[in-house]
Design a protein around this ligand. Structure first.
Ligand code: ADP
Ligand code: MG
Length: 446
């Protein structure tokens, strides 16, 4: 009966607020809150965004305590779920949870419908792993098996894993796909052990065509479960069925049996890295577009520059910004970004890029000496990296060409311009040079 009381308490609280507030305020702030359910621990409320939740708690904590008995630690028995108006479940801090949002008609695919290859933005940090994932999705069981994807938090491992699932399902509805978190696998096992139906579970897993396993690191230290997983793994691999695994570290660093570790290294082990600035800008723009927001490119750049270690945070920022703009009917401006994202922005003292720092970075990339780059030597081994340095100087330093050119041992501005044009053109067809330049830039930014 306790649960019913909580719902009544909420209704009474609303009635009370109605008498205290203007209609407009009530309609804007309180009316959008819905009761999702009440449990023994408290009442679960759905709010359209974080601001409504904050408004409620900031303005009514004292009154709420009169309607809901606070817990022993003084906290209120209220829980919030952020549900955007389009019914898609998104939380502001941690967007796009890994839980599926759409039931599949054939069988429960458990895939997040936002996690597709089309929505996965490519850059130097993830190009390789994305193309490996597409390879696997196009010919499951026939290219890399298993495919093992590892990398830090919020860098897109789950996104790629689900993309593989979607792709395979779209192209071959007959294939039996199971996408599961390691915790999910363990829970499944526990349930089946309890209900003495473990054989049924084994049969189910062993008849899969594709097994996608997220966060294998949670198998560490789980003895018997590891054994059961290994058996499933081997049974599938031996039949040529596709397995894809994600993890926060490479197989060699996982505290799992040597046998399983070795098996996981059989196929392809691919790392997913932190995206560079350009990719982050593209991600910001893509996510914003999908939410129907218009973000000027200078602001996309600003956000990407100040949230750099984790794409999930980047997405959280867009969601927060989107919620705020929608609620207040405002456009995205620099001021608004600083106001709403405040503590999410990471400010690193920016290293000032100088001709000297460029020369140093280029010299180490091309294995030459800084003094040679500054010299008048025209040998190809020296002249080419010097042109790269000139290209970077014009790209990265906001100075007149004359001034920049003089920092290269008294060259003229037309030499500098010529080098810039030449390198820019060559980069269009020369992937190796492109990579070298990206890495030189990254060295400069560290
Ligand atoms: P991980 O599993 O590595 O912790 P996720 O796959 O859950 O990370 O990604 C976190 C969020 O960032 C997801 O919402 C995902 O869509 C997004 N994301 C990560 N990388 C990219 C990318 N390259 N392009 C678009 N979205 C990305
Ligand atoms: Mg994940």
């Amino acid at each position: 009966m306790l649960t019913l009381n909580l719902e009544t308490a909420w209704a009474e609280f609303l009635n009370f607020v109605k008498t205290k507030q203007s209609v407009v305020e009530y309609t804007n702030w309180l009316a959008p809150i819905r009761v999702l359910k009440s449990t023994e621990k408290g009442i679960v409320l759905s709010v359209p965004n974080i601001f409504v939740q904050e408004y409620l708690l900031e303005n009514y904590t004292k009154e709420l305590a009169n309607f809901f008995t606070p817990n022993n630690d003084g906290s209120l028995p209220l829980f919030f779920i952020i549900e955007e108006p389009d019914e898609q479940t998104v939380t502001v801090e941690e967007p796009a949870a890994d839980v599926p949002t759409e039931k599949d008609t054939v069988f429960d695919l458990r895939l997040n419908r936002n996690y597709t290859f089309e929505d996965f933005i490519e850059g130097p940090s993830n190009q390789f792993v994305k193309s490996a994932a597409i390879g696997v999705a196009m010919r499951p069981g026939k290219t890399y098996n298993p495919l093992f994807i590892h990398g830090g938090v919020g860098l897109g491992k789950t996104h790629l894993l689900h993309s593989i699932g979607h792709f395979i399902h779209q192209n071959n509805k007959k294939l039996k796909i199971q996408c599961i978190t390691t915790e999910g696998f363990i829970n499944d096992l526990v349930e089946h052990l309890k209900s003495k139906s473990i054989d049924q579970m084994k049969r189910f897993y062993r008849t899969l065509d594709v097994l996608l396993v997220d966060d294998i690191q949670f198998l560490e230290g789980r003895g018997n479960f590891e054994e059961e997983f290994s058996q499933t793994f081997e049974a599938l691999i031996n039949q040529g069925k596709q397995i894809v695994i994600t993890s926060d570290k490479p197989p060699s660093q996982l505290r799992l049996s040597e046998r399983l570790t070795a098996r996981m290294e059989w196929g392809l082990v691919a790392n997913i890295g932190v995206p560079d600035l350009e990719t982050r800008v593209a991600i910001v723009q893509h996510k914003a577009e999908k939410k129907g927001m218009t973000i000027p490119s200078s602001i996309a750049f600003f956000i990407a520059e100040h949230i750099f270690s984790n794409v999930r945070q980047l997405e959280g920022a867009i969601n927060r910004l989107g919620a705020y703009c929608r609620m207040c009917g405002m456009d995205v401006t620099q001021e608004l970004v600083e106001k709403t994202l405040g503590e999410m922005l990471q400010f690193v003292p920016k290293k000032r890029i100088t001709v000297d720092s460029i020369l140093k970075s280029v010299a180490s990339m091309f294995n030459v000496r800084v003094n040679d780059l500054k010299s008048t030597s025209r040998t190809k081994e020296i002249a080419f990296p010097r042109q790269v340095a000139m290209y970077l100087a014009k790209e990265l330093i906001n100075e007149s060409l004359v001034k920049l050119a003089s920092s290269f041992g008294g060259k003229t501005h037309s030499t500098l311009l010529h080098s810039w044009t030449k390198i820019k053109k060559q980069m269009e067809n020369d992937d190796k040079l492109k990579r070298q330049i990206v890495m030189t830039k990254q060295n400069l930014e560290i």
